[in-house]
Design a binder for this molecule. Structure first.
Ligand SMILES: [Zn+2]
Length: 414
């Protein structure tokens, strides 16, 4: 056995498992041993009891429209303005430009310990396949560090946009891994939802909607998505992003919807940075937070993730692609304070999003790809509460990044 091991990570604490430390043996890009005091002559890296995760999982990011803040103006900070500013900037995108910006963002995500991502890619008659072609190339070029899943979607609507349907179909034949929808921008939202389900059925694809992106709880497209998911038997294959309306309902109403989401198998991605930035702009004081309580939905059995969404554009003029930061931001905004509850948020950027994306080989377990990220902390709660730095990461056993700890220059020799 020991001769098949290329590298041993000694004294690792595997997130989500018992507190004892173990050694992890990596061979031919896979995890081939997990045990205390592994007898082996392979090269060793000692982790001194630090926490390891199988990399962070980003379920919702827009690489194709990241890093355009210098081309846009933010005056009101509303969703409508973000939409119009980004749509205008998009008219000037070229494939090379998209590739360059998306690589910059993806490199940031990799250096923050993210090993798997679902990126939404816009497909419509204006942008054509410029985004899809750039991101397909990126997926190939960065396969050494991250698994990229491409979700083709009509950001500017579908039934209101002649020619878009044909392009989406072509995208599904040429590199899209799943299909997305955005019913709130369509002239016929229910028709939009029905058409996306029909395309998903035709190509046997998972679905990821942008949905219910305001704070008016008097109506929701979510009910129609639940109905269609049930009708088509697509439970476990449908996710919705934002769903900020769920932040505007009381505990009882939330529990009822949560039970339905869990029963039908529709997952929810919460996007704290974007939702905080864009929601509640009609208030000038006591501004609502507008962030859906993912941890409360998760407590009802709903598969939930916390995600980055946009980076340096009018939807979110911030971002370093750190999912640890997103979990920490969420904890603050959602009043998560007990140590065990803070610790549980680590699941919302690791195992839960892996479940949302139906990743069968995710996790630090024998036989899985050696995707391992070492955090500069020893507990799950500290990872989130203290924004623990990802110190080094491996993808399929190969070192992909290192982030050395700061060196303090003490005044006296110690
Ligand atoms: Zn989005």
């Amino acid at each position: 056995m020991s001769s098949a091991i290329d590298l041993v990570l000694r004294e690792a604490r595997i997130a989500g498992s018992e507190p004892r430390v173990v050694d992890i043996g990596i061979g031919a890009g896979r995890i081939v041993a997990i045990e205390p005091n592994l007898a082996c002559e392979a090269p060793v890296q000692n982790l001194d009891g630090r926490l390891v995760v199988p990399g962070f999982v980003e379920t919702h990011i827009h690489l194709d429209k990241s890093c355009i803040i210098d081309r846009c103006t933010i005056r009101q900070g509303t969703l409508a303005e973000a939409f119009s500013e980004t749509t205008a900037a998009k008219r000037g995108f070229t494939e090379e430009d998209i590739y360059a910006r998306a690589s910059r963002t993806l490199v940031n995500a990799i250096s923050q310990g993210t090993t798997r991502l679902r990126t939404h890619v816009e497909v419509d008659p204006r942008i054509g396949f410029k985004g899809l072609d750039a991101i397909r190339r990126l997926k190939q070029d960065f396969a050494w560090a991250a698994d990229l899943e491409i979700c083709a979607f009509p950001q500017e609507g579908l039934l209101n946009d002649p020619g878009c349907d044909e392009l989406l179909i072509a995208a599904c034949r040429n590199g899209a891994d799943l299909i997305g929808g955005c019913p709130y921008v369509d002239s016929d939202p229910h028709g939009h939802i029905a058409r996306i389900f029909a395309i998903a059925e035709e190509f046997d694809l998972d679905i990821d909607f942008h949905l219910d992106f305001d704070l008016d709880p008097s109506w929701m497209h979510l009910h129609e998505v639940l109905r269609q998911t049930e009708r088509m038997g697509w439970g476990g294959r449908v996710a919705v992003g934002h769903a900020t309306k769920l932040s505007a309902i009381d505990t009882q109403a939330l529990a009822a919807i949560a039970r339905r989401l869990a029963d039908v198998g529709v997952a929810v991605t919460v996007i704290p940075a974007t939702d905080l930035f864009l929601m509640g702009r009609d208030h000038d004081h006591s501004v609502p937070r507008g962030v859906t309580p993912a941890h409360r939905l998760a407590a009802h059995g709903v598969t939930c993730s916390l995600a980055t969404n946009n980076v340096l554009n009018p939807f979110t003029p911030f971002g370093d692609c750190s999912l640890i930061r997103m979990a920490n931001l969420y904890a603050n905004v959602a009043h998560v304070g007990h140590t065990a509850d803070i610790a549980a948020l680590l699941d919302l950027v690791t195992t839960a999003p892996a479940k949302l994306m139906n990743l069968p080989d995710y996790g630090i377990a024998l036989g899985n790809p050696a995707d391992i990220v070492v955090l500069d902390c020893t507990t799950e709660a500290a990872a989130v509460a203290e924004l623990a730095s990802p110190m080094l990461g491996f993808k399929r056993g190969r070192l992909t990044f290192e982030r050395p700890a700061a060196t303090i220059n003490w005044p006296n020799a110690r």
